[in-house]
Write a protein that binds this ligand. Sequence first.
Ligand SMILES: Cc1ncc(COP(=O)(O)O)c(C=O)c1O
Length: 398
Amino acid sequence: MIASAFRMKLAARVTRIGESATMKVTRRAAELRARGVDIISFGAGEPDFPSPAVAVEAAREALARGFTKYTAALGLEDLRQALLDRYRREWGAPWSALGQAAITVGAKAALFELALAAFDDGDEVIIPSPCWVSFPDQVRLCGARPVFVTTDPGDGFQIRADGILDAVTGATRAIILNSPCNPTGGMIDRADLRRIVEAASARGILVVSDETYERFVYDGPAFTSCAAFAAAHPETVVVVGSFSKTYAMTGWRVGYALGPPAILGGLAAIQSHATSNPTSFAMTGALAALAGAEADVRAMIDEFRVRRDLTVAALEAIPGVTCRPPSGAFYAFPRVAARYRAGEGSVEFAERLLEEARVAVVPGAAFGADAHVRISFACSREDLREGLGRIAAFLAQG
Ligand SMILES: Cc1ncc(COP(=O)(O)O)c(C=O)c1O
């Protein structure tokens, strides 16, 4: 809760949420670095690769030709059309009208605008947990209540239909899925996804599928987009995606949502008052990435697979630490509770790692799993080896 830090009176809704823990760790690591402390950061969730050259060149060219003014609230028509075409081609999605695709200021804005458009006071929103930090707080900001369904580390944190469907009540408004999952790397298989969509459709519940990490899949179930079930259940499925991770374009702030016209219309109304539109030339860069950066994406994923294996092997070698290989995304989510000192939780453990071992990790408590910490392996192999070596040496001291 952050209200007590301010003397000025804040709106009640702000008191329901906290600062993103990921940002907090990143900020503290940056502070120490600025003081000259040599920190290895496994905190931030962004690829260390450069954005694709085709995207940079297209954005540069757009700027040079003066493409620097407002666009339509839902963003560039060419980009919306390209996404509609892609989801129809790859997943048989039924969306064809431009009003069924919105370009947003990152996937984060798409998710928040969808929440504002769809969730009311008293609604329940089911979220598999551990989960990305912003899902529950976005739900709370809208006056709705997150209902967590725990995934099991012993099951590779796979998202299963049974637990989710057991949590449905008369107040359930939506289910938010995130496969591959941040922070666990867990996924959902096609049969479970189908069961969830069918049950949701029968009860008028919305399924919001955050597919930000769709391309980062190493093993486990093959990735299935929720779009595969949209033709059979057109009012139920909304897909959210991002250029941030797939194309190493986090700072460009380009994401999107595709779905039924009514809900996309609500999102459009909110976006028109909130951001007007995503940045014009950033969308031009995103369009170029979508069309011409496949080789960059593949090279990055191949490298991340190597880093995943390196990370998991190093963590598993530390006594008291267990880490199953994540199926997707680019985070290891080891269980470290056996190494906590008396009275310690993941926050204090992460603080100790940062201050004493000079390695930044994100405490699992931020994601609803206090026995774990999150380690991003989207950084160089050298940093991974050095940082994991520091953690091992630190824990070897007791
Ligand atoms: C699961 C998940 N969804 C959405 C986002 C937001 O991505 P974007 O940069 O597109 O806003 C993130 C970023 O970390 C994420 O992990």
